[in-house]
Design a protein around this ligand. Sequence first.
Ligand code: 5GP
Length: 236
Amino acid sequence: MEKRQQLYAGKAKSVYATDDADYVVLSFRDDTSAFDGEKVEQLNRKGEVNNKFNAFIMQTLSGAGIATHFEKLLNETESLVKRMQMIPVECVVRNVASGSLVRRLGVEDGMSLTPPVFEFFLKNDALHDPMVNEYHIATFGWATEAQVQKMKQLTFEVNTVLKQLFADAGMILVDYKLEFGIFGGEVILGDEFSPDGCRLWDAQTRKKLDKDRFRQGLGGVIEAYEEVAKRIGVTL
Ligand code: 5GP
């Protein structure tokens, strides 16, 4: 497999073509952004930590029968993944109230949510990723109804697997964001799962171990990511 030209540069990852039309290289950079790209900093080691963290999670999900785009780690900061047609919505599941849910609805931060809340957001920084529902997705043709159902089903399956994984390591999976794409006509999990796109709290102290440390200027961002990685058994 040979790495070719850059196809796309996102806020934290770049995508490169390969000599195989079905595969691309995901390159995890140290860039860390928040507030739709308004706050950007370079955090040493983040690309490497997130690449390895994501590989571990994707392999765990795949072992649990959830199809993902992940193929293999290529080096410290890059992974080989299937080239998908991405669905431009973000799927969020919340087990505990925090972040935008608290701002929108005025509920108490830290409140346990039973059943968990599911939300769709349009992936569009210029519009600040507005919340959308299944009608918007159908009307604007972002995904079919069957694809919407599949994304919801897979996002909840991920919750079952990862809530337990993090609970076993003394953490609460507060919420997370997933993105899906289509490969060979099937909806499969794409993008990444890392502390950049989820909230994780220590189960005893409720210390934040995720990107909220960056968003809120709490410091120790990469140290927290490394701690989570170590607790769940990721080899860094
Ligand atoms: P909230 O809606 O509370 O801002 O985010 C809910 C969850 O989804 C959080 O775990 C947050 O990190 C993740 N999330 C939502 N939007 C994005 C996004 O555009 N990028 C990343 N990396 N994570 C997001």
